[in-house]
Design a protein. Structure first.
Length: 263
């Protein structure tokens, strides 16, 4: 199968299929969903860490060579800083929009406020999925096996993320069917991001190791800054043990997939 077909297929799986699969959780009774989701978050944390540290970053260093290892480290650090700034901008945007809608809500426009929150969720998801598509394309341009591993990590963290967003859309007044269709539609942005990355990086293969380093930084940032703090909210022994096991399992799945792909 042509490389471009691999990229389109797996970016679609990472964006659209994960959204559709996440909706399954909305049909499970809420108490059970509340118990299952933290386990998915723990697994996703391990998968992201494994993909970043066991697959993407080693490949970036190997492609850059010994002389380029320092530049890869600088790129990794810059990538972490960039993702921090992006998150700050998103949080600021949400805060500003929330404050503006709060002012209008005093005039009896609470429905408009909720609807605007839903629109923000859709816009944020589209940008997020576009970036995921870029990461997937960069990995596939390195090798099909690395692309598959990267897609697995993307899908692992997208499922719990999409469940939360789907619930927010319902709260914003969207019907279940409309929320489902819009949530799935945002996954199209992952294909757009993948195509843009394919067209850009295939013409500048020398930049590929640094694209992999940025992808690694993205996964590390999501895991360390986005997911792990939430896991610390529950610190009892049983929950902590389950988190350690599932994080190890997530990283282990990536490690096994990477080992099998190298054979």
């Amino acid at each position: 199968m042509p490389l471009l077909a691999w990229i389109v297929l797996f970016s679609a799986l990472g964006g659209i299929a994960s959204a559709a699969f996440a909706v399954v959780f909305l049909w499970i009774p809420e108490p059970r969903t509340a118990r299952l989701l933290p386990h998915f978050v723990s697994f996703a944390t391990g998968a992201l860490l494994g993909a970043a540290l066991l697959a993407l970053l080693p490949e970036a260093i190997a492609r850059a060579g010994p002389a380029g290892a320092h530049a890869i480290g600088v790129t990794l650090a810059a990538g972490l800083g960039a993702f921090f700034l992006i998150e700050k901008l998103v949080l600021w945007w949400h805060t500003e929009a929330g404050d503006e809608q709060s002012e209008h809500s005093h005039a009896g426009h609470s429905h408009g406020r909720d609807h605007a929150s839903g629109v923000l969720v859709l816009v944020g998801d589209s940008l997020h999925n576009m970036l995921d598509g870029v990461l997937i394309a960069a990995a596939f341009l390195t090798s099909v096996s690395l692309g598959v591993v990267t897609t697995l990590a993307v899908a692992a963290h997208e499922v719990p993320h999409r469940v939360g967003d789907f619930a927010l859309l319902l709260h914003a007044g969207f019907s279940r069917m409309r929320a489902l269709l819009l949530n799935v539609a945002t996954g199209i942005a992952s294909i757009a991001g993948a195509l843009a990355a394919y067209l850009g990086l295939s013409r500048a293969l020398g930049a590929l190791p640094y694209a992999l380093a940025i992808a690694s930084a993205g996964f590390l940032y999501i895991a360390v800054a986005g997911l792990i703090p939430g896991l610390h909210r529950r610190a009892d022994l049983r929950t902590s043990a389950a988190q350690v096991i599932l994080i190890t399992l997530g990283a282990g799945v990536i490690a096994v997939a990477e080992a099998l792909s190298g054979q």
